[in-house]
Design a protein around this ligand. Sequence first.
Ligand code: AMP
Ligand code: ZN
Length: 122
Amino acid sequence: MPSPREGCLFCSIVREGTYVAKTRGFVAIDDINPQAEVHVLVIPERHVDTFRDIAEFHSGETKRMLEFVAEVAKQVGLTDYRVIANVGPYAGQTIFHLHWHVLGSRNGNESRLPQMTAVTEL
Ligand code: AMP
Ligand code: ZN
């Protein structure tokens, strides 16, 4: 397993947390503050601060990560859903360990998803 970044919440969670799903190198957990009926986070075990640093993953790892996002969505019962990575504080990133939000509702009712927030102060 890659070395954890000291003091990183998601590095701790990928080692000790309760998972919705797990595959080699990646876990999915329920968001503690869900913004939709279903709101899970897909987190790589490897600590990478943000999506900006995606090149630190090998191409095979990136492919497996995205496939896991789709697999997790399916496993938690979603057909229509939104996948979001907030990149940087002005885009809403609060935890600086790359993660993918997967949001949706089990009946596929899109109106239950939050509106996309306009970022006006970049
Ligand atoms: P972001 O704001 O894009 O960095 O997303 C961080 C997400 O992590 C937020 O949606 C939080 O609700 C969620 N979160 C924070 N602490 C925890 C935790 N201990 N377990 C699960 N989700 C968490
Ligand atoms: Zn981390």
